[in-house]
Ligand binder design. Structure first.
Ligand SMILES: [Zn+2]
Length: 600
């Protein structure tokens, strides 16, 4: 029996032991309701602080304690409603619970919105006194992070004007979403006697199929639809870039890039170093394409030939208990505290393991300060990627677990460091799988997988990051971003990053019009820096001594108690230098050489 024909159980049919235990959050729906009622009633208390934050350090402390406690209770309520809803998206009880939670959360947001402007308007001397006051020591960093924004905060009247146009400023992103998800139709493809509806998801899976004709057909048909909408997409994207520039200018940032890097306190040099280091190592990427072309015996290598595993016949079946065993084994270098805590969580009820009718697809790690760090999966034993997903999400969950060493207000870590903890674990899993491989072909399969994931996460995302930088700079220099400009700039990058061995299809440059992340500019570079940092740190832990391990575990306990670059620097990786990215790509080059040898 294959997975396709197996009947998917309903939520009620799933054995309890295979599900997460949310009763640790709220025993029953009724206890949630009672707690929600109290929380909703407390909303009015925000008003008593309005206009009073500058009165004294004691008043400010009372307010911050109240606000923090209110948020913490809200997290707990929201986590329960949100996780319950994902168990069965068709269940109206939890849809309603989530909607009611979101309603009060929005009101709380509004009720507390006075605090930031009030803090920013405090006279500098008074603020300095507050920051030095021991009463406010627990909130000092939090206050400093608000005050950082002073040079980028406008007068009340101006802020009101900006707030009034916030919704309409989202139009480019929404047009893009509606056009690409609702209006554009990609038609159907027929192969092996089956008809397949082409969509974003099936396009991606077609590129991983061994059948080359199918890959080619999917590629051309998918991009034909983009070609038909290319002018609209280019105009929409140019609008989004202009909006980024407008937002940066009105808030006194020197550029859109600097505005985007400001919240994480990341200097532009980190962004530029990334691009420089990746470009310097492109020969290893180009060599990989040559290895791939030779191994696949292709006269020409096209983009649509770069996602299918080179060794397509490899299969591995891993049951859930075996996957847990394998993951724990691979994480042994992190020490017993890490592995025993994770073992208890995974063998206990942190993870909602298997698919059921109506369950949210994919996987995530989610929890709050007062809950276990839960994991949602749709685990399938014949999908090796699911073992990687398990260790990835376990990495997030352990990061969440350890970050509770911080007080609530500093426990939430930022995206910039989040993907380090998860991809670090993937590095260790790859290493264990390669060590245990019983044949050269199996080892080559894992090597290929690792190389492809580094290529997708470090090289490709850096190309995206460079494109974002170029188009924003051109627009900042008042040059029009036409369809032709966008395609020309993108094609130049494709030629550099994919290298002379790749045969570029004419449509390939339309790719720049279909990346959703471009509508939240300067975000994707974090994928590249995150994986590079994870590779550097995993090498340190594997090859280094107890101090290196202690530094990494300390990083996992850091939450947001320091800025992201400082947290990573203390763990042993300095992203302000090109060295970590360079080292990661040297490692990439070594993997390519080994794969080349094994495939010869
Ligand atoms: Zn992740």
């Amino acid at each position: 029996m294959t997975e396709d024909t197996e009947r998917v159980p309903t939520r009620l049919e799933v054995p309890l032991a295979d599900t997460w235990d949310l009763t640790t959050l709220f025993e029953t729906d009724a206890t949630w309701e009672a707690s929600f009622g109290v929380w909703s009633d407390e909303l009015v208390q925000f008003a008593q602080y309005r206009g009073r934050l500058g009165e004294s350090a004691a008043v400010l402390k009372n307010y911050l304690e109240f606000e923090t406690e209110y948020e913490r209770k809200g997290d707990r309520l929201g986590t329960f409603a949100f996780l319950k809803e994902t168990e069965d998206l068709a269940n109206p009880i939890y849809q309603g619970m989530k909607a009611r939670y979101l309603g009060i959360a929005a009101l709380a947001n509004e009720a507390s919105s006075f605090s930031r402007p009030e803090l920013l308007e405090l006279p500098p001397e008074k603020l300095a006194d507050f920051l030095a006051d021991p009463k406010l020591a627990d909130y000092k960093l939090m206050l400093e992070r608000v005050v950082r924004y002073r040079p980028h905060t406008l007068t009340e009247k101006e802020e009101r004007l900006l707030a009034l146009q916030l919704e309409s400023s989202q139009t480019p992103r929404e047009v893009f979403g509606q056009l690409t998800n609702a209006d554009m139709k990609f038609g159907t493809l027929t192969f092996d006697g089956r008809t397949l509806e082409l969509s974003h998801a099936t396009y991606a899976s077609c590129l991983e199929k061994p059948n080359r004709e199918l890959r080619k057909a999917a590629f051309h048909q998918y991009y034909a639809e983009y070609a038909d909408h290319a002018n609209t997409l280019a105009t929409t994207f140019a609008g989004s870039v202009k909006q980024d520039i407008y937002n940066a200018r009105v808030r006194n940032y020197p550029s859109a890039l600097e505005a985007a890097l400001f919240p994480d306190q990341v200097p532009i040099s980190v962004y530029d170093n990334l691009i420089t280091a990746v470009r310097a190592n492109l020969p290893a990427v180009h060599k990989y394409y040559a290895v791939r072309q030779r191994a696949m015996k292709l006269p020409e290598l096209h983009f649509c030939d770069t996602y299918v595993p080179i060794l397509t016949e490899f299969r591995k079946v891993t049951s859930w208990p075996d996957a847990v065993e394998l993951v724990l084994e691979s994480l042994k270098p992190l020490g017993t505290n890490y592995t025993e805590t994770l073992a208890a969580g995974l063998r206990g009820r942190w993870c909602d393991r298997y698919e059921n009718k109506g369950k949210r697809s994919g996987a995530f790690s989610s929890g709050c300060y007062d809950s276990d760090p839960f994991i949602l999966m749709n685990y399938k034993s014949d999908v090796l990627d699911d073992v990687f997903t398990l260790t990835h999400e376990a990495g997030h969950s352990m990061h969440t677990h350890f970050s509770k060493e911080q007080p609530y207000q500093y426990a939430n870590y930022t995206i910039f460091v989040a993907e380090v903890a998860s991809t670090f674990n993937e590095q260790l899993l790859t290493r264990t799988l390669m060590e245990r491989a019983s044949t050269d072909r199996e080892r080559a399969y894992y090597l290929n997988k690792e190389i492809d994931s580094m290529r997708a996460t470090i090289v490709r995302q850096t190309m995206f990051a460079e494109f974002e930088k170029i188009v924003h700079e051109r627009s900042e220099a008042n040059e029009p971003l036409t369809l032709q400009t966008l395609r020309d700039e993108y094609r130049k990058l494709l030629e550099v990053y994919l290298g002379p061995g790749m045969t570029l299809d004419e449509e390939q440059s339309l790719e720049c019009l279909r990346i959703p992340h471009f509508y939240g500019a300067f975000y994707v570079y974090k994928y590249a820096t995150g994986l590079a940092a994870a590779i550097a740190l995993s090498q340190k832990v594997l090859k280094g001594g107890p101090d290196d391990l202690a530094a990494y575990l300390n990083f996992l306990c850091g939450g947001s108690s320091r800025d992201p670059l400082d947290l990573l620097r203390a763990a042993g990786v300095d992203l302000a230098t090109p060295e970590p990215v360079d080292a990661a790509l040297k490692h990439f080059g070594d993997l390519v050489d080994e794969l080349d040898g094994l495939l010869k």
